[in-house]
Design a protein around this ligand. Structure first.
Ligand SMILES: Cc1cc2nc3c(=O)[nH]c(=O)nc-3n(C[C@H](O)[C@H](O)[C@H](O)COP(=O)(O)O)c2cc1C
Ligand code: SF4
Length: 423
């Protein structure tokens, strides 16, 4: 089931070094790219069907085409390497095992969108990744792939690495821009969208590491070769991080469209002996959980996830077996999002804290049925009433646990008081 497109150089010793990466194809596609018109590069990426790998699955080529025409301002690329969503651990592999794939992807993207400065916003805790990445960028400058010219072409390009300081919300694209500009990482209201008014008030494209690192393969092999993987509407391959209670957790590159249960069984080794499946988180902590029955028909692509009222997200699959206490899982989940709220919207800042208090009360044996109902009501009142979707990234999965595992919350409830509880 596993394929090697993005991970083609992962097993090659020292592939993070430019001379080894080049021996195995890095930067080879630039000659072709610079012989094309930028608009044709965008068209090829559109044809490939590549969708953003940061979570939302927005078509990459289409996003690039939203840049204003007849623009006179500088254009920026910001590569989102914040990777802080719980259960998500794909980009870190690219950053450390094949940083030159991402740098080559940055060159391709910048040429297509006419940008001469790219920023890489990297999660603060990724200390090894920062070192390896910066060394690779230095090598690319020294080899003439970055700087005043790129591969001998009259196309200046600089790349700046900007380290985050440990805030999950800075992965949200506009908070990321605020942070690069030196301010507190708080999401901006949209519109204007970053493609029109982004970094320093200039048009900016924000793409995930994996989206950018997918470009060299597409430009080298063409749109049809990329579309040969995956499904019609979700083409290509993805680095899936499979964790939780399986025998072989890890990062695996797979084509999109495979049945999720087959992947859990045959790629991740299946459940531990004697255990039963309780649920599957399909794409990072913010995605609604699937019951074992639902998981029977789910395939790893954007359409199947949407049809099952969940999301493909970041490809971080978490397997839950019958030892998992769903109520404690929910406590852990809310506690993370509450802690990471930037605090500018009252429903997120106060609401998530209120939800956490209620769940703690339920776990402490002092909850009521009314408290469970109040949690559902709070989810409804918080969701989509805030500047960014961090709050929804909490309420959407919490609602799914309340709906699908209500009996586990009820098992904690000691008295059945139907009136609203004062917190
Ligand atoms: C709270 C929050 C955290 C996010 N964290 C990340 C992240 O760590 N990496 C990422 O690529 N996208 C993250 N996103 C999505 C970005 O806002 C953005 O959609 C993405 O970087 C666009 O890249 P893509 O089109 O290549 O997917 C996050 C969104 C939210 C709301
Ligand atoms: S929803 Fe939460 S994280 Fe997002 S802007 Fe509002 S307070 Fe900040």
């Amino acid at each position: 089931m596993q394929v090697k497109v993005l991970s083609a150089r992962f097993d090659i010793p020292d592939a993070h070094k430019i001379e080894v990466a080049k021996e195995h194809g890095a930067y080879a596609t630039l000659e072709k790219v610079f012989s094309m018109q930028p608009v044709d590069v965008i068209e090829l990426v559109k044809q490939s069907g590549l969708r953003g790998r940061g979570g939302a699955g927005f078509p990459t080529g289409l996003k690039w085409s939203f840049l204003p025409k007849n623009n006179t301002k500088p254009v920026y690329l910001a590569v989102n390497s914040d990777e802080s969503e719980p259960a998500t651990f794909k980009d870190r592999h690219i950053l450390v095992l094949d940083p030159h794939a991402m740098i080559e992807g940055i060159i391709i993207c910048c040429y297509a969108i006419n940008s001469h400065h790219a920023y890489i916003y990297i999660r603060g805790e990724y200390t090894t990744q920062v070192k390896v990445l910066q060394a690779a960028i230095d090598e690319a400058y020294a080899a003439g792939y970055l700087g005043a010219t790129v591969d001998g072409h009259d196309f200046p390009l600089d790349v700046t690495v900007h380290r985050g300081a440990g805030a999950y919300v800075c992965g949200e694209e506009t908070a990321l821009l605020e942070s690069i500009e030196g301010r507190k990482g708080q999401p901006r209201s949209k519109p204007p969208f970053p493609a029109v008014e982004g970094l320093y008030g200039c048009p900016t494209i924000i793409n995930n590491v994996q989206s950018i690192a997918s470009l060299p393969y597409i430009l080298t092999n063409g749109a049809d070769a990329y579309k040969a993987f995956g499904t019609e509407k979700s083409p290509g391959t993805h680095l899936f991080g499979i964790s939780g209670l399986v025998k072989k957790p890890g990062m695996y590159e797979l084509p999109l469209g495979l049945p999720i249960l087959d992947v859990i069984e045959h790629v991740a080794g299946g459940l531990r002996e004697g255990r039963k499946l309780k649920g599957v988180i399909p794409g990072g902590s913010s995605t609604p959980v699937l019951t074992p029955e639902e998981a029977q028909t789910v395939t790893l692509d954007y359409e199947s996830m949407a049809a099952h009222k969940t999301m493909f997200g970041s490809g971080g699959i978490v397997v839950l077996d019958d030892t998992v206490d769903i109520v404690k899982l929910v406590e852990n989940l809310i506690s993370f999002y509450h802690h990471e709220s930037c605090g500018q919207c009252t429903p997120c800042r106060e609401g998530l804290g209120w939800m956490l208090k209620i769940v703690k009360k339920i776990i402490g044996g002092k909850g009521t049925t009314a408290d469970i109902n109040l949690l559902v009501e709070l989810c409804d009142n918080i969701e989509m009433k805030t500047v960014c979707v961090l709050s929804a990234a909490c309420t959407m999965p919490v609602r799914s646990y309340l709906n699908k595992f209500r009996h586990e919350f009820e098992a904690y409830v000691t008295s059945d008081v139907s009136c609203q509880t004062a917190m």
